[in-house]
Design a protein around this ligand. Sequence first.
Ligand code: 1GP
Length: 249
Amino acid sequence: IGKVEKYIHEKLEKKKLHFVLIDPDDTSPEVAGKLARVCEELGVDAIMVGGSTGAEGEVLDNVVRSIKDNSSLPVILFPGSHGGISRYADAIFFMSLLNSRNPFFITGAQALGAFTVKKFGIEPIPMAYIVVEPGETVGWVGDARPIPRHKPKLAAAYALAGQYLGMRLVYLEAGSGAPEPVPEEMVRVVKSVIDVPLIVGGGIKSGEQAKKLIKSGADIIVTGTAIEKAKSLEEARKRLEAIRNGVFV
Ligand code: 1GP
């Protein structure tokens, strides 16, 4: 396994992790750099960069570069398709949207992006990506058949299948900006069947929510919107502190 994956595993031996997602479509390189600094100061473990719309090309490159210039945190790409690859990132969640109806999001974009990842020397981390209701933008764009919130076993079946297909992380996604995160019961059931680390994201806005999800079995919590919506850097810092307070120690 590569450097970033090793870093994740070593940290997980000691604590639960918190990744912050920055979407280049909504965040300028300058703001991304400042946010990354705040993230590093507060002990965030990695920055993910990506989004379903517009996180490509120069826009993406500039955001990744600014984060790298302003922090030493690993930058992990979180691509919406093969367009979401930047040579300046450290690693890429090489993900498959397992419950999509469209093979493009399961293996098509992956095939189109594979040589680019190799050429740029970005560390690929194979990941099972499972979209849960409501799914928000990624559910719609990715043509997912979102897992019903009251059907944790369906999520667990996809997660275990992902692990058996060789994926080394499972990501349960409620969708960016979801009104509620993935249900705790679903996290519990998924965690009880897999052996690889479990990432949970979408709709997490408070430390209380993060804590409950971690208690239920999440290994890594992802937050994006919570700080993206902040009107100033100070507000972003406060929101981040509130999410992290007493949870990620
Ligand atoms: C979205 O899971 C991430 O892909 C983060 O979601 O923006 O709701 O924090 P939020």
